[in-house]
Design a protein around this ligand. Sequence first.
Ligand SMILES: [Ca+2]
Ligand SMILES: [Ca+2]
Length: 286
Amino acid sequence: MRRGGIASTTVLTGVMFIALLSFSRLVVWAGDVSISASVVQTPEPVAANPIVQFIGIASPSAKVTVKRAGELLTTLTADAQAGFDLTLSDQPTGKVTYEIAALDAAGDSLAPLTFALDLKSGTTTIVSGVFLGPSIEVDKPAVKLGENVNVFGATAPQSKVTMTVSSTTTKTFTIEADASGKWKKLLATRDLGVGTHTAKARAVTKENVVSSFSSAVSFVVDALDPADGKKPADINTDGKVNLIDFSILLFYWKQKNPANPRADINGDGTVNLIDFSIMLFQWDGT
Ligand SMILES: [Ca+2]
Ligand SMILES: [Ca+2]
């Protein structure tokens, strides 16, 4: 009887129903995380401190940390399939806030989740279906229009990652994570346009468990400058170093910080013989 028989199982069903109702108010979501919680009644009437168990998904070999009211409680490593299962014994009663965070195998952060639970003495609270949002990084914070940007991260192996890239419009991309949970998308900035773009992602496992959203990362796509790729001595940026550039050089001759900064070819603050020698060196003629 102390180990729990048919009678106590019947009681448990009723308790679980009440617990689910109350948990629907107590759990703080981050996105559409599906969470089930149950309360198991122990035979002892009082005394035992609450037990909390978190079962979820991060990324393969992620370092998962649990904080209670901001204080680090425990750290563990997710398995090769990204799963983790941790039990916290001897927890306080009353309203308690837990934060679950994780770093993927490369050290990048997955999106943390926070849970506000109301713990009762002598109970075990199981929070399952906790799927942390993927880690997400961008390889360059700023590029010129036409260059590529890589957005990448980690999540559950073989899960389907949906990434949105937003600025004035939103584009959606679908990527499959590989066997080690890594995902990557090469973005052609010519398709995105000039401006600041913000990317975020979420994942769905093959078993249809949906993650919360990742953090957002931003990158800037700058318009091409007419001078991009041109020789420094091509002062008027027409593609040739010739007499036109030489006449501009003469116009600003001996000036400090000329109104046309390109006339100071080496950028040392003065238009002089050094700039002229660079021009001769880069000379195209005619
Ligand atoms: Ca020129
Ligand atoms: Ca100069």
